[in-house]
Design a binder for this molecule. Structure first.
Ligand code: NDP
Length: 292
């Protein structure tokens, strides 16, 4: 079993990003600039956004955080998005999900200028992704592709089973794995909560991607010997034994499943770190006007 080490890969890719950011600064006098909009104080979102900002600074980007409390209206948020769309000093921005119930995430996502949509959630980017055209790829699926590429994992002709069909992870992941590209060219099965006899599918997976949001949901009896296991899950539980006061669990029961796998991502230290690298890569591409 080989551990797909998100820390190692992300550090390596960040070094390359930092070099390119420094070159851009020298050429244009500008650093790539990412803005994050954070609504409310959800513990997970706070942690993810802080980490995104910290990583921006590490690779020589400028980062700005705009905070709203939970009572912000959809109209107020849309006004801010309009401002950010027009601000020439902003290369890319993200609105951290989830949003409070009174705000429709689809309306917010579509309001973002797709040329600044470095999370890759805008329908134009998703449509262009499906057509294999240049676009901002959604950060988590993109990070998984970078990981597969780094380790030279063969995907062509393999059966990839994705568990979970969210707009931000499962669905785009299934499209990327099925595309005629490298990595890609898989035969893909996309499963979800209405799938009957899920185990019949997961047992046939050469590559299993779990994006469910349920701690240790994928157990050893559900996976094929020698398969590649990608665990997207980030399930936070409070813990008295950690400094942060919480512990992170994946969607895969790592201890049980790892011995059966050929490659596996740990949680933490796997896909989460790659998601941040993808966001940095998209922001750099936005600053360099490489895509649009
Ligand atoms: P969502 O809640 O949006 O989607 C979960 C998906 O899992 C849904 O499609 C749902 O099906 C499916 N599902 C739920 N229960 C079952 C079941 N019993 N059997 C089969 N499928 C099931 O979650 P996200 O996609 O946003 O996130 C998934 C996980 O990944 C979470 O733990 C999240 O924290 C984590 N995450 C990690 C990131 C990272 O950077 N590592 C980034 C984003 C998310 P249905 O559609 O039918 O409801």
């Amino acid at each position: 079993m080989i551990l797909l080490d998100g820390k190692l890969v992300s550090e390596e890719l960040k070094k390359q990003i930092a070099v390119e950011a420094a070159e851009l600064l020298e050429k244009t006098g500008r650093k790539p600039h990412l803005v994050a909009v954070l609504v409310g104080n959800d513990g997970g979102s706070e942690t993810y956004v802080a980490s995104k900002m910290r990583n921006c600074e590490k690779v020589g980007f400028k980062s700005s955080l705009i905070r709203y409390d939970n009572t912000v209206t959809e109209a107020e948020l849309l006004n801010k998005i309009k401002e950010l769309n027009e601000d020439k000093e902003v290369d890319g921005f993200i609105v951290q999900l989830p949003l409070p119930k009174h705000i429709n995430p689809d309306v917010i996502t579509e309001a973002i200028d797709y040329r600044k949509d470095v999370d890759g959630f805008h329908p134009i980017n998703l449509g262009r992704m499906q057509r294999n055209l240049p676009c901002f790829l959604p950060a988590t699926p993109y990070g998984i592709m970078l990981m597969l590429e780094y380790y030279g994992i063969e995907t062509a002709g393999k059966h990839c089973v994705v568990v979970g069909r969210s707009n931000i992870v499962g669905s785009p992941m299934s499209i990327l794995m099925a595309r005629n590209a490298k990595p890609g060219n898989c035969t893909v099965t996309l499963t979800h909560s209405r799938t009957q006899n899920l185990k019949d599918f997961t047992l046939k997976a050469d590559i299993l991607i779990a994006a469910i949001g349920k701690k240790n949901f994928i157990t050893a009896d559900m996976v094929k010997e020698g398969s590649v296991i990608i665990d997207v899950g980030m399930n936070r539980e409070t813990s008295e034994n950690t400094k942060s006061g919480f512990k992170l669990y994946g969607d895969v029961d790592f201890d049980e499943v790892a011995p059966k796998s050929s490659y596996i991502t740990p949680v933490p230290g796997g896909v989460g770190l790659m998601t941040i690298v993808s966001l940095l890569k998209n922001t750099l591409a936005a600053a360099k006007r490489e895509i649009y």
